[in-house]
Ligand binder design. Structure first.
Ligand code: ZN
Length: 77
């Protein structure tokens, strides 16, 4: 019998908001990115193996910083 199982991490751009970057200090578009990791069977994602993580990526300097789920939800709304 042959089983094809694994874990896949997927990134999704939720929104882009204009904020002052904490790293470079410039007012620039910040991408709100969600990262989720799911268990897969036969390349089909079935269920999450860890809670989603969120980060902001600066469009000016490229720096990324983690934000919690509540902050990400407020930025996207
Ligand atoms: Zn920046």
């Amino acid at each position: 019998m042959f089983f094809l199982v694994g874990i896949r991490t997927k990134e999704r751009l939720l929104s882009t908001v204009t904020l002052v970057c904490e790293i470079c200090g410039a007012t620039a578009p910040q991408a709100v990115v969600q990262t989720s990791t799911k268990f897969t069977a036969f390349l089909i994602p079935l269920f999450p193996v860890r809670s989603s993580r969120y980060r902001l990526e600066c469009g000016n300097c490229g720096a990324a910083r983690a934000v919690d789920a509540g902050s990400a939800a407020r930025l996207v709304a």
